[in-house]
Ligand binder design. Structure first.
Ligand SMILES: Nc1ncnc2c1ncn2[C@@H]1O[C@H](COP(=O)(O)OP(=O)(O)OP(=O)(O)O)[C@@H](O)[C@H]1O
Ligand SMILES: [Mg+2]
Length: 245
């Protein structure tokens, strides 16, 4: 018998999907002006598998954006571990962390972080180009994503002429264009009218269904939380199942 295959008698738990993201016992504090530190959260455990869609809610300032940054290796926790696709972030140097982030993560930032000097198509094509794709197919894929977020034909525009909701959609297109295994989205529908929000939500759900991404969405929207398979609430004590509204 091949040793790498589960035997026919293996318990079902042994054949569950491998985790795309596994975070364990994460804790984070931030500095105060008086030199002391304020604890944001501790004991955060989270496991996401392919196709998972999880919403995280929580009061403003509790640390949701900070948590997403830690999960993406953009910020370091005070304690705990983050493993993405089997790789522990803490064990990687900066170049390897960046490479893992480019390859494995699509990040929709709360503040968009669209590059002002690039037109929209080039902004969205960036993850593909960074992953080694040639410019022409990357731009084709970017224009297709612009269509899907309702900005078809706007690829030559520059970010400065866009509304907040349009910038948000560009940020979402850029996060999904390379079909990453893990999508981290920080308030992705916060600036959108209900109809556009629904469309963006459908796009995020489709990236879980069609591309098999694990999708983690920080949101205050009940509509988004209701569409997720699980909704968790972040507090000082960690993540817990949210009470139904
Ligand atoms: N580098 C830092 N130095 C000091 N304080 C910080 C730092 N980063 C974050 N904070 C503080 O940590 C807290 C949590 O910030 P964070 O942006 O994670 O909250 P949030 O839950 O995403 O809030 P919101 O719902 O308003 O977006 C805030 O009070 C913020 O001021
Ligand atoms: Mg935030």
């Amino acid at each position: 018998m091949r040793p790498d295959l589960p035997s026919a008698t293996a318990a079902p738990a042994a054949i569950t999907a491998p985790a795309v993201l596994a975070a364990h016992a994460l804790a984070k504090s931030v500095p105060l002006a008086n030199g002391q530190r304020r604890a944001l959260f501790a004991g955060v455990d989270l496991v996401l598998t392919a196709g998972d869609v999880v919403a995280i809610t929580g009061e403003s300032g509790v640390g949701k954006s900070t948590l997403l940054n830690i999960l993406a290796g953009l910020d370091a926790p005070d304690a705990g571990t983050v493993i993405i696709n089997g790789q522990a972030i803490a064990g990687l140097d900066e170049a390897a962390t960046t490479a893992l982030r480019c390859r494995a993560i699509g990040f929709v930032f709360q503040a968009f972080h669209v590059l002002p000097h690039l037109d929209l198509a080039r902004n969205i094509a960036l993850p593909l180009v960074l992953a080694g794709s040639a410019q022409a197919p990357a731009l084709d894929a970017a224009r297709a994503m612009l269509d899907r977020v309702g900005l078809g034909g706007r690829g030559g525009d520059h970010p400065a002429v866009l509304s907040g909701g349009e910038l948000q959609r560009v940020a979402i297109a850029r996060a999904l264009v390379h079909r990453p295994p893990l999508v981290l989205a920080d308030e992705p529908t916060g600036n959108l009218d209900p109809e556009t929000a629904r469309r963006i939500l459908d796009l995020l759900l489709a990236s879980a269904d069609a591309a098999g991404s694990a999708v983690l969405i920080v949101t205050h929207s009940e509509q988004v939380a209701a569409a997720a398979r699980r909704t968790l609430r972040l507090s000082n004590d960690g993540l817990a199942a949210a009470r139904p509204a």
